[in-house]
Write a protein that binds this ligand. Sequence first.
Ligand SMILES: [Zn+2]
Ligand SMILES: [Zn+2]
Length: 405
Amino acid sequence: MKDKKILKMTEKILNKYQLCDCCLGRLFRQIEIGKPNKQKGESIRNNLKFDKKIIPRDCWLCEGLLDETEHFANLVSDAVKEYEFDTFLIGSKIDEDILKREEELWDFIKTEDAEPIKMEINREIGKILEKKLEKTVDFETPDIMAVVDTAFDVVNLQIKSLFIYGRYKKLKRGFPQTKWPCRICRGRGCRACNYTGKMYDTSVEELASNKALDQTRGTNESFHGSGREDIDALMLGNGRPFVLEIKNPKIRSIDLSLYEKKTNTYAKDKIEISNIRFSVRDEIVRIKSSEFRKTYSVILEGEKPLNKEKLKEVAQILQGKKIKQLTPTRVAHRRAEKVRERKIYNCDIESVEDNIARITIETESGMYVKELISGDNGKTKPNISEMIGIPCKVKELDVIKIKGE
Ligand SMILES: [Zn+2]
Ligand SMILES: [Zn+2]
């Protein structure tokens, strides 16, 4: 490196600040691109006058931090020991004093060409670990992000969640899709919830995640369903799509067929999962926003005996109709009051006996079916009770098919 301008500038810097080769080389990003900063620094220094050739024992800027990359790499490899991963990324938290001195130096030589010390530290630790652990640095979506706090020798890990896609059937009534914390104690446990912290003993979420948490040794999970059925409804047919997010998994390469088998034994007669495969975070948005058509089997009960012909007539009229629904009374406490409009694709009367009728309804996703039957005091219009002139309510409601996918 014999560029006169750079050598002159280096003399000026070294007259004021003692720098190690790394900290010197880092000031000139544009020269000898691709070479490590240490080599850049060396090659500049070799062309300086004799008294500037000596490498200072204490670098004014980094105070020897760059000699510690091996040590930081060891800290990280220790911290990630328990985790299975293919890709990683290193981040760091550098002492404020060092960052201040770096700014001061940049101001002094008025450069915008310098590489920040943080970048060099991250890169060098990454390089050591790629070799040592035989893993790859990934800037986009690493399995593990390790942030080294250089002042305190602490490593903080962020583990990428593991996502599992599947479909579930719910074969028993009386439990919700997701965990429902006790309303009184909000999950801490109290007398009302028998110290379980929950409103219900179990949920689809708990049944579907139990074995996955075992296998991955994750810390907790999140369950994302493509819509949800009511607590007292079954979910039958081809099942409802879901994505299970396992947080902080220690093992990522689990045997999914084993997970499916174990879960279906564990949750026997309650839920059944199928179509299991690995997934990605983006799929949550997809299954949540997808407009899957739903087919319901409904048993409705009238206050008086029902007329089959009248019901059939009404079913005919509802075919293709858009239903306006103001937020139902039963969910109004947790949702904003607004009108939503959903379409009925099909409505078939299967059987009528006295004041009980069984009907099949295919609707756009998001329809409040119970309210379509009862009318919810006029909040849903049109509604079956009003159309047949007999107040009705839902006795049983099951999802028998979810279209799409
Ligand atoms: Zn230095
Ligand atoms: Zn409680």
